[in-house]
Design a protein around this ligand. Sequence first.
Ligand code: SF4
Length: 185
Amino acid sequence: MLYPLMHLTATHINYYYLCRRKLWLFHHGIHMEHNSDLVHAGKLVEEYSYARRSECNRQLALRARLDAHTQLLGVIDYFDPEARLIHETKKSNRKEEAHIAQMRFYQLLLKENGIEDCRGIIEYPLLRSSTEVPPLDATTEAQLRQELHTMAQMLRQAHCPPLLQTRWCRQCAYYDYCYIDEAEN
Ligand code: SF4
């Protein structure tokens, strides 16, 4: 079957870990993040941390093909080419699994562009902690590729996945969109 070229980004992989419905809505052009105070707070933490970053870091915009129908796109805001180190800053470590998956996505993009064995560091300045992500190995790379294929397949479906219905929904930027019917009943 002939598919139009699909673009997947680090936000896609992040949302894949958070909620498949959120991922599907985002991919199909329904964006709610601009309404969320929590998203704004996260951006402020990132901007404050970036302002203190050393000058050895570079911003990289990368692309790579996953397969004939799928292109991966990503912008790494802070990459230290000497140390082969990717920096990411997050407000809270509550969704750490998603943060690590996002970091692996950047590692795969770098690898596909000829820059291998890159480590990642996810910084949580409000918690005064950080998490190191080792370079991609064969197992984590295969797992990530499989997830990206599964994601692309899911996003080609015409129907939006069902509500997640967890306590995290209340903190999600899509909460009003998802629960509008419940609010009216
Ligand atoms: S409100 Fe819940 S179901 Fe809706 S997108 Fe957010 S996490 Fe998913």
